[in-house]
Design a protein around this ligand. Structure first.
Ligand SMILES: *Cc1c(COP(=O)(O)O)cnc(C)c1O
Length: 239
């Protein structure tokens, strides 16, 4: 079972966009405290504000509050809002945190600054080709299916070494980080710790792990990015 971190009560449950600034501050405060308790520097872990299925008004509120690092899980939704916003805010950093199909690679490379969901050699090869063709070089993370769940994206821990080696040696792709979504019904801590170990084993410097319910634990266990949706923006719209 998940530890009871759900004392977290996002204030924007009213849907009031005015609360988003406060939610961002609350999350940042808790994150910095968790980092401090773990002997890490405040600022050692960045918040990726996850805007999937959130309203434009809420995104505007986050931008007005100074947020510049955002995550989306679907190309289709991202393309409807971010190209415009990127023109207004040239310092935006946009992360793709959902599965990527090879037919969407051109668009993904054009739009995203970080692609967190590299999980197979075929995809890595297509990314390498598109990065070469377009001259755009988004930073790349490999998604690891850390709980080895059959329905979930990500490379299995057992196949990770092979994928890293193909990226580095065959495709000359630098892998900056590892990303995971631990099984929902389990204590995330052992999974975060396994991720930290994998990153160390493979000489990979960054970890993207932790969401609204467990980001303090993730930060204590070495996360460099936490991906936070509902604790900032409230409940998502229906798909
Ligand atoms: C939606 C999503 C998140 C954010 O989840 P919350 O529980 O709303 O914070 C984080 N990571 C990924 C990959 C997601 O799809």
């Amino acid at each position: 079972m998940r530890p009871a971190t759900s004392t977290l009560e996002p204030r924007e449950m009213t849907g009031n966009t005015l609360d988003i600034k406060a939610n961002l501050e609350t999350v940042q405060g808790r994150l910095d405290q968790a980092l401090g308790r773990a002997g890490r520097n405040p600022g050692a872990c960045k918040v990726v504000a996850v805007t999937k299925r959130q309203t434009e008004a809420k995104i505007e509120a986050a931008l007005a509050a100074g947020a510049r690092c955002f995550g989306e899980n679907r190309i289709q939704e991202a393309r409807e809002r971010w190209p415009r916003l990127k023109e207004r805010f040239p310092d935006l950093e946009l992360h793709l945190i959902g599965g990527l199909q090879t037919n969407k690679i051109k668009e993904a490379v054009a739009l995203f600054d970080v692609i967190e969901t590299v999980d197979r050699t075929k995809l890595a090869r297509a990314l390498a080709r598109e990065m070469e063709d377009s001259g755009r070089k988004p930073r790349l993370f490999i998604q690891v299916n850390i709980g080895a769940e059959p329905q979930k994206g990500g490379v299995s821990p057992a196949a990770l070494a092979g994928l890293i080696s193909a990226c580095r040696n065959e495709l000359c792709l630098e892998i900056e980080g590892l990303m995971c979504l631990p099984p929902l019904d389990q204590d995330p801590a052992p999974h975060f710790s396994a991720m930290a170990q994998l990153a160390k084993t493979h000489g990979i410097s960054k970890l993207s792990m932790g969401m609204s319910g467990d980001y303090e634990i993730a930060a204590a266990m070495g996360a460099d990015y936490v991906r936070i949706g509902t604790a900032i923006f409230g409940p998502r719209m229906k798909p």
